[in-house]
Design a protein around this ligand. Structure first.
Ligand code: FAD
Length: 441
């Protein structure tokens, strides 16, 4: 196999005298969970994180059964449950009139898939993996921004911004949306959706209204949506308000500002409007993804998590996919270890790359389509609402492809759901209902 070289380095000041089998760049949820998965297999692992401290910025995360199944396998599910909330239902409502469109009975869903759907503060999930890594002996290094990667005859080497280097048999790049390592494989850029997310996580006493924390609540509306659920055993309320920025559409630099937040939700129902004043106004998250790529491995360097597959967040699967990546890779490592401990790394990386990119491609493209469906306006919004209302709430044909066991091989990957065309609801039947309906922008 020819060894592709991305960047030659002449500087060889090593970051550590202790050799490791695997170097992971990026200590987010993807990097730490992969580090833990591989350390559990007896590998020596080091994580290089650019920030001064390990941590997560943001608020809540939804984690579906395809993730809680893995947390259970890791022996971490009870800790996650003790820090998060296991809600009883997920309810989707129209953001304009507040009416219920459909729901998932999360108690039944747990019976169906064997593991719960839960919500947790992202810093709590990150902390679970950080502590697990420490217990497993992972070498955790902060203040280590990696700027270059190169394959070597015996493994791979990274170069830090300050010129120090580190090397291992395998380098895993879990360096997020703006991954440097992704440039080894493709010269692409993040794709702007023109949508922006505002978040808030506040003590529940500050909610200023009655909130049912047994629910994950999702209000979907024209060019906007609003999500809320409980965190930390119901002591905190998590909210996410997402909208399409007119300034972004107009090509302005300064987009997604708080004045746009207020305008975007001005015509929404009372329940949604009551949540908007709680949103943090000093920071917001512009929503980017990237087009799916099917090559994630370059010699002894592999992409993982958002570096490989940053999604729009509408499927709530970004962190989950990152956790699945590490779990799948570790399983393939485990089955490719000889009696003397030598690992068939090319085989393990090939198996990883045979199964994960296609799954993540499905999630990325479905997330884009799901977002479009959520944000419909006019007649199309009414057609969508009619389809969602007609859904049998115990019909799992739309979730089997994602909430079932994580596939280790392409053969295990479940078939996709069959989409229902909006036009199957005759527009003429809805035209009358739409007369006088305000277009929210
Ligand atoms: C509003 C919103 C809501 C979301 N909700 C959900 C949800 O409900 N469920 C879900 O599963 N997902 C959700 N996601 C997606 C999820 O947050 C991400 O997909 C996930 O955090 C990606 O993890 P990661 O570790 O791959 O990348 P990141 O979290 O981006 O971590 C990358 C790490 O690498 C470090 N790093 C970067 N560059 C370098 C470098 N050069 N050298 C060293 N270190 C570096 C960074 O400092 C960071 O620590 C949501 C996202 C958003 C924006």
């Amino acid at each position: 196999m020819s060894v592709p070289v991305f960047e030659e380095s002449n500087v060889t000041t090593p970051i550590s005298a202790n050799p490791v089998d695997v170097l992971i760049v990026g200590g987010g949820i993807g990097g730490l969970s992969a580090a833990y998965a591989l350390a559990r297999e007896g590998l020596r692992v080091r994580v290089l994180e650019r920030a001064r401290e390990f941590g997560e910025v943001g608020a809540g995360l939804q984690i579906a059964p395809n993730c809680t199944r893995i947390l259970h396998d890791y022996g971490l599910l009870d800790e996650a449950k003790s820090l998060g909330v296991v809600p009883q239902s997920m309810v989707m409502r129209d953001a304009v009139d507040g009416s219920e469109l459909t729901r998932l009975d999360l108690v039944d869903l747990e019976r169906e898939y064997g593991f719960p759907y839960m919500v947790i503060h992202r810093s709590d999930l990150h902390g679970i993996f950080l502590r697990a890594c420490r217990r497993a002996g992972v070498d955790l290094i902060t203040d280590a921004p990696v700027s270059g990667y190169e394959n070597t005859p015996s493994g791979a080497r990274v170069t830090l911004e300050d010129g120090r280097t580190d090397e291992a048999t395998i380098v895993i790049a879990a360096d997020g949306l703006h991954s440097v390592a992704r440039g080894l494989i493709v010269k692409d850029e993040p794709v702007s959706s023109s949508y922006v997310a505002y978040r808030a996580a506040v003590p529940v006493g500050q909610a200023g209204r009655e909130v049912d924390l047994s629910e994950v609540s999702v209000h979907i509306g024209p060019h906007c949506h609003f999500v809320h659920y409980g965190l930390r055993g119901g002591q905190m309320l998590n909210q996410v308000a997402v909208f399409e920025s007119p300034k972004a559409l107009a090509g302005e630099e300064d987009w997604g500002t708080p004045d746009e937040l207020d305008a975007a939700f001005a015509e929404t129902c009372e329940d949604v409007q009551a949540g908007i004043p709680l949103m943090w106004r000093d920071r917001w998250w512009r929503m980017f993804d990237r087009d799916p790529i099917m090559t994630w491995v370059q010699g002894n360097i592999a992409l993982l998590g958002d570096a490989a597959h940053p999604p729009l967040q509408y499927m709530a699967q970004g962190a989950i996919m990152a956790i699945e990546d590490g779990w799948v890779l570790a399983k393939h490592v485990a089955t490719r270890r000889a009696a003397d401990g030598a690992i068939d790394w090319p085989g393990a990386l090939a198996a990883y790359e045979t199964v994960r990119p296609e799954h993540c491609r499905r999630v990325l493209t479905t997330a884009r389509a799901w977002g479009e469906l959520w944000h419909l306006d006019g007649i199309a919004r009414l057609q969508r609402n009619a389809l969602l209302r007609a859904r049998d709430i115990y019909d799992y044909s739309f979730t089997d492809w994602i909430y079932g066991p994580t596939a280790l091989t392409p053969e295990e990957e479940p078939p996709m759901f069959t989409p229902i065309a909006l036009d199957s609801v005759p527009a003429a039947d809805l035209a009358e209902a739409s007369v006088g309906m305000a277009t929210v922008r």
